[in-house]
Design a protein around this ligand. Sequence first.
Ligand code: SAM
Length: 230
Amino acid sequence: MAGDEEVLESTSRITRSREQARQSYNSMSRFYGFLSNGSEKRFVKTAVEGFLKPREGERILEPGFGSGQVLAVLARAVGETGKAYGIDISDGMVEVTRKRLAREGLEGRTELTRGDAAALPYADGFFDAVFMSFTLELFDAPEIPVVLAESRRVLKGGGRLCVASMSDQGRQGAMMKLYVWSHGKFPNFVDCRPIFARGFVEDAGFVITGYEIMSMWGLPVEIVLGEKGP
Ligand SMILES: C[S@@+](CC[C@H](N)C(=O)[O-])C[C@H]1O[C@@H](n2cnc3c(N)ncnc32)[C@H](O)[C@@H]1O
């Protein structure tokens, strides 16, 4: 275990309210897909195909689905007998994703909800897997364990959690310094900041079954796969 106190204390605070987050993502929702699709594609592909490995018939949840690129991949992977569920705080993101899923003929395999990843409106043990990319690291430090506890609660015994997150592990070069500076200067728009994702996931009680640190334009990105015990 990484040690709850240690991981929490080394994580910077975020003071933005839920309403501020909602408004900020609403204002980005129409062009967010253009910004994120290219840069994040490689990580999302590795995380989904190499780590999460979604299977036919599964129920999979994605908190903070953004413009819905992963949700569409998950919906295809779970097939006609499974379902991909998404929850996002931004009504703009929900709308953009709803249109995307309709265009791709995936409405029947998906269910979108506007809501908070820290208070999930699903029953205990409902999901086979939970996937989160570039979302866990935008929560305030004390909220990260709450989001992970909620993810764990809604997972079945043996269920998988896969997180792709900007990381404070690995080489913190000039790009990371610039990024962290931008985060300090424009926290509403550059809202993610590097965290020790694996430490948080371990401290939330998951058994780590897969781990990799990759690099996105010189910024370390952690991919963590955890399993809920029986
Ligand atoms: C940085 S974006 C990442 C989007 C997507 N996962 C990706 O990889 O491109 C973060 C997403 O989390 C959503 N979000 C922010 N706070 C949230 C909360 N409390 N509950 C659920 N979603 C939230 C935002 O609206 C946004 O869509």
